[in-house]
Design a protein around this ligand. Structure first.
Ligand code: F6R
Length: 601
């Protein structure tokens, strides 16, 4: 989720680079930098922190160069620091690169280059790229880049500056976005449309494995074999604000649609035939008496999911507690406790306080955070990261589903490390790999959800019911709905309805029921029928093979391992909350009374 800008032309490069980085600020970042080239010399200036810190450093310099590359970094490998900031240069300062994405095989490349005498100044995966280019470069950058691309595993959007060709920028792409544009005297590119939109509305979206060569007033595109291909021009019909939302009306909508990509990024390098999490190699649950999962809000729901999986696969006590309760409850924590903390921001006051308490009691701690080097990640013994990128909408969507997949993989890993047999493991891992694609298909069901959301237009209340794993999903579905649409939403175990809540069901009451778990689906369906008998309008979400003739509004998720169905259900419930909020004319991105990061108790 880094931001990239690059320019070559007849005018000064710097203003273009900076305006582009400013337009990408909404993506969030922790450091920024630029390299400019002129007279066979590269000038690189980079710094940790806000773009203003970089601008301040630049303000005292006279920089008239006509080509350059710029970058804002959202850290994934290596803490935010001056050295880890991009651009990265080679030792002789003749090459400079900016990179967005994750190079999965950077460790092995790094080891190979180290044997050739290369030294590394950063902890990033990206730095290997510039040294690899340096290693192979013999005067033909296009051929060199092509060769380097063939060695890189993972994802990249990449720009290269080279003192030998100060007017040329080489660009490469795989699984990370890159858009290009030009006018008669310049050519430019960026990782996202907003950075270019004040300059052109006609852009080229580089495709995977393609390379581009930018020179003032020209762009050439090449395929993987180095053959020239005709660029496909796309016209962007919207303005800057819409472009920052990628054409969507709200950040929440954009972030929901980013889920296939960020889930893939989160799992990248983590699943082969089994789960790859070397951070957890040393954890054997037999050394612990108790596992705690501790978090707040949506992250607490993700933790409940992990608790469920853990209990299915292992026989160690696993307890999930909201951080605000854990702090004041009398839980037994000592050096035989494994405490897992989950937080998008990594800065939530209650979660942090609970972590500090556990550290004082000598517990082993793991933090799952979406922000590299967050307070939580820094304090815990083992930091683990989701790769959702910055989440701007207050209601968490992509951060939650990335937590679900990471925690699912973690639970498999912990169970296997500790010698527990995970039933159906091959199918589970196979289906986990399919999740990005299945989420994509789930998002395509949005029209039907939009229709169903109209049921709540004049309603003040909604009830969500489910059993077993579906109960975790109803909790999250109800939270999302109340948070952004202000509809009072309660989540109940379906079997508990009869014990009180059914008194609330009346003519027209909306009930959202989940029945994706085969063993208990029939039971939930009979609970649903009881609500229909009292006049409820029911929306039923089921899995293939589960059906009820009597329920008019039904939607089926894609076929998937039952333990993963919740991810697809969640996407439907996010859409449901979103369309209800739209129907009620609510501010979807900034609901009242809520803050993105709750840093006070
Ligand atoms: C709901 C939501 C909140 C957060 C909670 C914890 O959509 O976003 O419930 O999940 O405030 O925040 P983090 O995950 O940053 O600790």
């Amino acid at each position: 989720m880094c931001g990239i800008t690059a320019y070559t032309g007849k005018g000064r490069a710097l203003p273009f680079l900076i305006q582009g980085l400013e337009k990408l600020e909404y993506r969030g970042y922790d450091s920024a930098g630029i390299t400019l080239v002129d007279n066979k010399e590269l000038v690189t200036i980079k710094t940790k922190g806000a773009l203003n810190a970089l601008k301040e450093q630049l303000s005292t310099l006279r920089l008239d160069q006509k080509a350059g590359i710029g970058h804002t970094r959202w850290a994934t490998h290596g803490i935010p620091s001056n050295l880890n900031s991009h651009p990265h240069t080679n030792a002789s300062n003749t090459l400079s690169i900016v990179h967005n994405g994750i190079i999965e095989n950077y460790q092995s490349i790094k080891e190979g280059l180290a044997m050739q005498g290369y030294t590394f100044v950063s902890q990033t995966d990206s730095e290997v790229i510039v040294h690899l280019l340096d290693y192979y470069y013999q005067g033909d950058m296009k051929a060199t880049l092509q060769k380097v691309m063939s060695y890189l595993e993972g994802s990249y959007a990449l720009c290269v500056l080279n003192v030998d060709e100060p007017e040329t920028i080489y660009v490469a792409k795989k699984e990370s976005p890159m858009v290009l544009g030009m006018d008669e005297s310049s050519a430019f590119c960026a990782s996202d449309i907003p950075a270019l939109i004040s300059y052109t509305k006609d852009m080229i979206s580089l495709e995977d494995h393609q390379m581009a060569v930018l020179r003032p007033g020209t762009i050439e595109i090449f395929d993987q074999q180095g053959q020239k291909v005709e660029p496909k021009i796309i016209h962007i019909p919207y303005d800057l604000e819409a472009a920052q939302k990628n054409g969507y009306d709200t950040f929440m909508e954009k972030e929901m649609h980013e889920q296939p990509y960020v889930i893939k990024e989160t799992l990248r390098g983590r699943i082969e035939n089994s789960i790859v999490m070397p951070e957890l190699d040393s954890i054997d649950l037999h050394e612990y008496d108790h596992v705690y999962l501790i978090a707040c809000g949506t992250a607490y729901h993700a933790s409940l999911y992990a608790q469920y999986l853990g209990r299915e696969w292992m026989d160690i006590p696993i307890t999930c507690v909201p951080a605000s309760e854990f702090r004041y409850g009398n839980y037994i924590v000592n050096d035989r406790s494994l405490c897992i903390f989950v937080s998008q921001s990594g800065e939530t006051a209650d979660t942090l306080a609970a972590l500090k308490m556990c550290l004082e009691k000598n517990a082993m701690t793991i933090a799952v955070s979406n922000v590299l080097d967050s307070s939580l990640a820094r304090l815990a013994h083992i930091p683990m990261y989701t790769c959702a990128g910055p989440e701007i909408a207050v209601a968490s969507t992509k951060a939650y589903t990335t937590q679900l997949v990471l925690l699912a993989a973690m639970m498999v890993k912990l169970a296997q490390n500790s010698g527990y047999e995970v039933k159906d493991i091959d199918q589970f891992i196979y289906d986990l790999k399919q999740i990005p694609n299945l989420v994509k298909k789930t998002l395509e069901k949005k029209e039907i959800i939009e229709q169903y959301a109209k049921l709540l237009k004049d309603q003040r209340d909604a009830y969500f019911i489910g059993r077993q794993l579906d109960y975790v999903n109803v909790l999250e579905g109800a939270l999302k709905l109340k948070e952004i649409s202000y509809v009072h939403a309660d989540a109940y175990y379906a079997g508990e309805l009869k014990h009180g809540p059914i008194a609330l069901i009346d003519q027209g009451t909306v009930v959202i029921a989940l029945a994706t778990q085969k063993e208990v689906a029939a039971k939930t369906i009979s609970n649903i029928e009881e609500t229909i008998a009292r006049g409820a309008n029911v929306i039923l979400i089921t899995a293939p093979g589960i059906h009820s003739e009597k329920i008019e509004r039904q939607i089926k998720i894609e076929a998937v391992h039952p333990y993963l169905s919740g991810i697809l259900v969640t996407v439907l419930l996010q859409l449901f909350a979103f369309y209800t909020a739209k129907e009620k004319d609510c501010n979807v991105d900034q609901p009242r009374n809520l803050a993105k990061s709750v840093t006070v108790e």
